[in-house]
Design a protein around this ligand. Sequence first.
Ligand SMILES: Nc1ncnc2c1ncn2[C@@H]1O[C@H](COP(=O)(O)OP(=O)(O)OP(=O)(O)O)[C@@H](O)[C@H]1O
Length: 616
Amino acid sequence: MENKTQVLLAGCFYMYPMRLTKYDVKLTKQGITFNELPQKKNVLKTQKSIHFGDVVGCRCKKGKSEKDPSAYFSIFSYQFKGKSKRKRSKYEYSFGLCDFQNFEDNLKVCQKWRNVIVCLSRNIVVNINEVEFCTLPPSPTVLVLINPRSGPGKAQQIFESTVKPMLDDADIVYKILITEYAGHASDVVKTLKLEDYSGLVIVSGDGLIYEVINGLMSRKDWAKAIKFPIGCLPGGSGNAMCCSINYLAGEPMDPDMVLHSAFILIKHRILPIDLVLLQTPTDQIYSFLSVAWGIIADIDYESEKLRSIGSTRFVLYTIMRIIKLRTYRARISFLPVSDQKLKENGKSSKSVKFARPRRYTIFSNDSNQEALNSVYEVGCVGKFKSLDEGDLRIRSQSMPANMSGYMTRGEKPKNSLTSKSDNKLSEENEDEENEDEDSGHHSGDDALNGEVENGLVDFNLNSTTDEVFEDSVDETISTISDSTDPVPSPLLSPLDKDVPKTWTTVEDDFVTALAIYLPYLGPENLVSPDSKLNDGCIHLMLVRKGVSKNDLMKIFLDFTTGEHINSPACEVIKCLAFRIVPLTEKGNIMVDGERIDYGPIQGQILPGLARIMAIQ
Ligand SMILES: Nc1ncnc2c1ncn2[C@@H]1O[C@H](COP(=O)(O)OP(=O)(O)OP(=O)(O)O)[C@@H](O)[C@H]1O
């Protein structure tokens, strides 16, 4: 079994800028521990540690003074301040070595440490016998698409102020493309030479993600193209994808969601994400988030005019639409998950066939409580257990072992890119010999308390690095092979024909129908708490006419916690496919937050078809 606490490297370093105090530093697969030396008798100093789960990069540096032969390795860690785990902050730990008279010899030792640290922080396994020969892994190269018009129009600013410094710390090479018109991102990915990049990073709202996915799916080589890794940073007003990614990674959404999303982006694995193939009478499109009809679609679309005020627009319109409540008639059909599973197991599906769906109870996660509500038996949500802080943290705090091997070497990018991969002078604020404790550089006891900036000079960056993120996911989850054939939709019958007999159909008056396949629909809207990135099912939520305004308001308020799924007025069905045929003449249908022509729509799940940079 892997010994995560085995010491791979040990040495004596001082911490910049405190040159007089030495530290005993040990490196394991989990992180670095350091103790002040010499330990005074009877004085127990707490051991300090840096976890590789928090580390985004490491760089070698030299002192500013030419005469100083010291070499350093600086570790960039984004860790939680205090125990509340509400916000990550940047810490820079610079360990210095001056054992040898010339800089090159000191540097060699620091480079060895740096190489191992970078590998372990990127989940590349380094065993004890590999430490001496461990080389610096090449840097990933990404294309960053920024939508200057998304949300309150701050995507570019967000990138410059928060994301760029983090990408630089992580030595991620990037090329920036600012979208110039609606549809630009789609045009770009339709012809993009995917082999030039390790992935695509979208700084925008959900609209640009939708564009990119549909652009990739429109390519002849769609089956290969859709596996191109996509990373997302919140620049829009909804940002449902980013909220969902942060939630599933156990990273905070507030405050400073951008920083936490950027942290995930740097520490990501490439994970499969479900898409849904949608058909309308005129179109076939691909969706990653939801199809909304009724009040949820109305709020999304009608609040567009208040885009400039950010996510507050949703709150205002929710109140307005509940006061002036509309209901809509529709025929809604679905293929429940368990129905299909029964068939796969070779059992008769007779027992779950019924003309009109029966309502069954599900139980609250509180075992003392009576059965609370009703949903369809087949594919019902079942028990909903809300994750507490502790549950959520486990994954993000955990060490590289649970995120192993997501990188490998690839082709060298051909583009000229904005990169930090050259030796460069750091912004100088102070003389290196100045041992001022307020310098913001971490030394000894203050190492866990301050911000960064230092008087060291970057030295060791490998400017000829090449890398792609390896798709290390379990390919079996994807049902579709690399092909140039049209995308298959075996579960769907033509939209102008009846749904297959195995489906269930309801005709009724509704307040809303929402097919959703990610947990969050927008900030503070945990509409589908049970959804995962790749659970292979659509969560169909129905609210029928007859719900009181109070109950409806409670459902919307409970979106913040996901508790609404315990409301008797909220029916949830896990299904593989669905069809909504609106019977009320006018209304809105929103796909991933974008309005499409009003009319019948059907969809089926494409399990794990796309690839997303996330932690789950
Ligand atoms: N330069 C541009 N000018 C005008 N529109 C653009 C430009 N670049 C992209 N777009 C369009 O802006 C639309 C809205 O962007 P996006 O969805 O990213 O932001 P948002 O609507 O504020 O966020 P969310 O969808 O999360 O609420 C997208 O449909 C995209 O096509």
